[in-house]
Design a protein around this ligand. Structure first.
Ligand SMILES: NC(=O)c1ccc[n+]([C@@H]2O[C@H](COP(=O)([O-])OP(=O)(O)OC[C@H]3O[C@@H](n4cnc5c(N)ncnc54)[C@H](O)[C@@H]3O)[C@@H](O)[C@H]2O)c1
Length: 360
């Protein structure tokens, strides 16, 4: 097995929390090159990885012959130029979500990745929660029956603090929609299938955050119809005061079908709630041990906080797809599909009407 050399572009929060610990668990993987626009952030990542190739210019990093794969974890507006540069240089790319600021740009990434013949992956990290994997498996084997309703609710308390680039539309594209709801849109596609049409609203209730203008949405809701006639109701908010943040706050998905109901909550990584049609109500269903880690992952699920460590399997899946020369479990096409829904949600909110989707 030859060593894979990785470059990271963007060494801020998510790189430190997810990407570096994930890569550290992968055999025969070296983080050799780092890029960040901020010198102190770059230095911190250098100390953590021992990487020797450092730059604040992504072109210099992603075009190097000794770099095989690139992880992009910069603010959203930079994903497309960095990814295109890496793909044109023939690198495998794992890009953070949302892939782009609009669906046309996201499609350019799929085209470039396919033309380059490389592995491509969108970082829909919550696909790696053991309970989500088990739920997906149960649905695929028919336990839900015909899907009737998909419902997701993500409620966090971010108060009115400054969110940096996340509250500037030019850099983020959208607020809660791209940041948090995009993962739940991806769940909907993964569990139910493509959407046919939607109507949505977005709201900015904090136009000023800690003295700085915020032109992104704090709240979003989508009412959707899927191509298979199932319905979807998706809501996400940064302003659910008192609910705390991250995995401590509500991240709920319920799916009702002709045979059963399943309820998934990110905070309960090793169980689902499940009820059969005509049964006594919802009961706890434990996630079997074989779903606690991604197939082949060397991660010990007993080490660390399981609500954090499942995220490390994302890097393993990317590395494994590169080695096996097979498509990643979550590709750029998944990023495009949710980007189309995000664009439609913004258009619907602006025009106050239903928007048809390609349903691809
Ligand atoms: N998959 C997930 O669960 C998840 C979670 C958090 C964040 N994200 C995504 O990850 C991305 C980064 O988020 P974050 O929270 O780490 O942000 P962050 O602000 O903590 O880090 C971003 C880093 O990118 C650097 N940067 C900015 N412009 C750059 C450029 N042109 N070239 C090189 N470096 C540049 C910044 O200096 C900063 O260090 C975003 O797209 C976000 O949506 C995904």
């Amino acid at each position: 097995m030859s060593t894979l050399n990785f470059a990271l572009v963007g060494c801020g929060g998510i790189t430190l929390q997810n990407h570096l610990p994930g890569l550290a668990l992968c055999p025969e993987v070296r983080v050799t090159a780092l890029c960040d626009a901020d010198a102190a952030t770059l230095e911190r990542a250098r100390q953590q990885t021992g990487a020797t190739i450092l730059s604040n210019d992504f072109e210099q990093i992603v075009t190097r012959d000794d770099v095989h794969a690139v992880i992009i974890a910069t603010p959203n507006h930079t994903h497309v130029p960095v990814a295109l540069a890496a793909l044109r240089a023939g690198k495998h790319v794992l890009c953070e979500k949302p892939l782009a600021l609009n669906v046309a740009d996201a499609r350019r990434l799929v085209d470039a990745a396919e033309a380059a013949g490389v592995r491509h992956m969108t970082a829909y990290t919550y696909r790696f929660v053991p309970a989500m994997r088990y739920l997906s498996h149960l649905i695929a084997q028919g336990d839900l029956g015909q899907p009737y309703h998909y419902r997701s609710c993500r409620l966090q308390d971010w108060g009115t603090r400054n969110l940096g680039w996340r509250q500037v539309k030019q850099f983020a594209g959208t607020g809660e929609l791209g940041d948090m709801l995009s993962h739940r849109i991806d769940f909907a596609h993964h569990l139910v299938g493509p959407m046919r049409r939607l109507v949505a609203n977005v709201k900015t209730l904090t136009p000023v955050r800690d003295g700085k203008p915020n032109d992104t949405d704090d709240w979003v809701a989508i009412l959707a119809e899927f191509k298979n006639d199932a319905t979807g109701v998706l809501e996400s908010s940064k302003l659910a005061s008192g609910r705390n943040e991250s995995w401590r706050s509500l991240d709920y998905v319920e799916i009702n079908g002709s045979e059963a109901t399943f309820e998934f909550t990110t905070g309960r990584w090793d169980s689902l709630q499940h009820g059969r049609r005509g049964g006594p109500g919802l009961q706890t269903l434990s996630v079997p041990r074989e779903f606690w880690t991604w197939p082949g992952s060397p991660r010990d699920p007993g080490v660390g906080d399981p609500l954090v460590s499942f995220r490390y399997d994302q890097a393993f899946e990317f590395v494994d797809a590169i080695r096996q020369q097979r498509p990643c479990a979550v590709t750029f096409a998944d990023g495009v599909r949710s980007q189309e829904v995000m664009d439609a949600a913004i258009e619907s909110a602006a025009q106050g009407k239903w928007i048809d989707l390609s349903g691809a």
